[in-house]
Design a binder for this molecule. Structure first.
Ligand code: ZN
Length: 169
């Protein structure tokens, strides 16, 4: 089960394996999340790093450095599964990733998706339009003479229609 710990300094996410996880039961890990920061990319991959939670690293000990991740793997928030391809490329221990994904509840996936979309909206807003590596199929667009909506190119954009003098309409 995922728990979000919000301190004035930062937000941490802790994962505890549920009681039915065999020898992993009760083990607690800090989650480090990395996201694909291409605003036009439709992959749902989050790279998860799990660091064992040391016993003296409580919510109020902000000075303590989190341990480096002992395991990293990718998960896909669209498919709700381990991103086996990405994880294999990094040659990580599959078992812990598989156990982690297997122990995630529906609410956990919902939380991860929420964080994922919040991040994607943030990079979409922060990336200048001319740096976005969107792929248009120019032939298709011309043939069908359709307009491509911003939402089709930037799946995470807020419904931004036009920008006039910094104001959104
Ligand atoms: Zn991506």
């Amino acid at each position: 089960m995922l728990t979000e710990i919000n301190t004035p300094k930062d937000n941490r996410i802790v994962f505890a394996f549920p009681p039915d996880s065999g020898e992993l039961a009760g083990q607690r890990y800090h989650l480090g999340l990395r996201f694909c920061d291409n605003p036009a990319c439709r992959c749902g991959v989050i790279h998860v790093g799990l660091s064992p939670e040391s016993s003296d690293l409580g919510a109020d000990s902000d000075q303590a450095e989190p341990l480096p991740p002992s395991v990293e793997f990718g998960i896909d928030v669209h498919r709700r599964e381990l991103d086996a391809q990405g994880s294999r490329q990094r040659g990580v221990k599959q078992q812990l990733g598989t156990a982690f994904v297997g122990a995630l509840s529906t609410e956990d996936w919902t939380s991860l998706r929420r964080i994922f979309y919040a991040y994607k909206r943030k990079v979409t807003d922060e990336t200048p339009d001319d740096e976005i590596e969107a792929t248009f199929d120019a032939d298709d667009i011309e043939r069908a003479s359709t307009m491509v909506s911003l939402q089709e190119v930037l799946p995470y954009a807020e419904r931004k229609v036009v920008d006039i003098e910094g104001r959104r309409f």
